[in-house]
Design a protein around this ligand. Structure first.
Ligand SMILES: [Zn+2]
Ligand SMILES: [Zn+2]
Length: 354
């Protein structure tokens, strides 16, 4: 092994670390540094932690303490194979002490360092919580229905979609996705939203799941720092029809099964599947709902037809036997009357709704 002379102490050495011998290098070497006192800023309401200029969600105060230490700990850049062991103890609700042990290698040489620090927990209100408590909002989502009033069930479904969307956005780090206020009225639902971005996501999620369209209109709200501040009103229009509605479209009569990007349903005449875009259903008319179905007596079953006693006229009528029709046990069968004609309820609507 070739030896060389350390320029600092003049001794012979086989290895140079940062240009000096091993002894000289480790003489003034500091593996890790940690301030003796640290401050952890956490939100008293939601537990978020303030770090590097912003608030981020944290799960518990132990994690907050660990992360605060990790953020403040600086380790020599030449260190490799670093292991950090943090052992925090809570002294008071607002104070922790922690012992920190760092094990690493410098140029293959094992080095350790033991440090300790005190963490003072400062409880305040994060940007999100102070906005929520102050009733701050950037927009309003007005949920209404087209040519009708939204049903209670639909509004419940909307609220579930809203909660899920907010949770999803928050999990992605968008802390300003929140609802300040929810107002139910005769016409529908008004949601006061923390960010315009969240409003857009919510409306998109609703229209994808239960159909409908939305539009945005800004209105000047005021000025801040010389900039004009706008609030956005999102007009969310739920579709004209809801699942269970019976509509006529062209000469077909259809039970609506699902409203989303498209309307899907079942043709009442032959139980075939029906699918149409929103545009294609513009001419459609609402003629009933499966709730209007009543039971009728099945008089006889032929190869292609069923003879039914019309419960409205008490006359027997023949209807086309649906493919795959299975005989009914109690000889009663749900039917619906539309425009003087009697239709069997499609099989998938029979059991659950009657
Ligand atoms: Zn030396
Ligand atoms: Zn908070």
């Amino acid at each position: 092994m070739t030896s060389t002379i350390c320029p600092k102490c003049g001794n012979d050495t086989s290895v140079l670390l940062s240009g000096v011998c091993r002894e000289c290098f480790f003489q003034n070497f500091v593996l890790a540094q940690l301030p003796q006192v640290l401050q952890a800023r956490i939100c008293a309401t939601c537990g978020a932690r303030f770090t590097r200029g912003r608030w981020i969600d944290e799960y518990d105060s132990e994690t907050v303490v660990l992360k605060t230490i990790e953020d403040a700990l600086s380790i020599h850049e030449a260190a490799e194979d670093i292991e950090v062991c943090i052992n925090p103890r809570q002294l008071t609700p607002h104070m922790y002490r922690a012992e920190v042990k760092i094990v690493a290698r410098i140029q293959g040489e094992p080095v350790t360092s033991e440090l300790s620090t005190e963490i003072r927990v400062i409880r305040e209100s994060c940007e999100r919580c102070s906005r929520v408590s102050g009733g701050y909002f950037e927009g309003i989502i007005q949920i209404r229905a087209t040519e009708r009033i939204p049903t209670e069930n639909e509004l419940d479904v909307c609220m579930r979609i809203v909660d899920m969307t907010i949770d999803r956005m928050r999990a992605k780090g968008d802390r300003l996705a929140f609802i300040t206020d929810t107002i139910r009225s005769k016409e529908g639902l008004d949601l006061y939203i923390g960010s315009i971005n969240s409003g857009r996501h919510i409306c998109k999620a609703i229209s994808e799941e239960i159909g409908g369209t939305f539009s945005e209109s800004p209105s000047l709200f005021g000025q801040r720092d010389g900039k004009e501040i706008y609030r956005i009103t999102f007009s969310m229009r739920l579709p004209r029809f809801t699942p269970g509605d019976i509509i006529t479209i062209g000469n077909r009569k259809v039970v609506v099964k699902h409203m989303g990007k498209k309307l899907t349903g079942t043709d009442l005449t032959d139980s075939s599947r029906f699918i149409a875009t929103e545009e294609e259903t513009i001419q459609a008319k609402l003629v009933g709902n499966i709730k209007d179905a009543v039971n009728a007596v099945l008089v006889s079953e032929e190869e292609h037809e069923l003879m039914i006693l019309d419960p409205f006229t008490f006359r027997t009528v023949n209807v086309k036997k649906p493919i795959g029709f299975s005989p009914v046990e109690d000889e009663e069968i749900p039917v619906i009357r539309i425009d003087e004609s009697l239709f069997l309820l499609p099989p998938e609507w029979r059991k659950s709704e009657i």
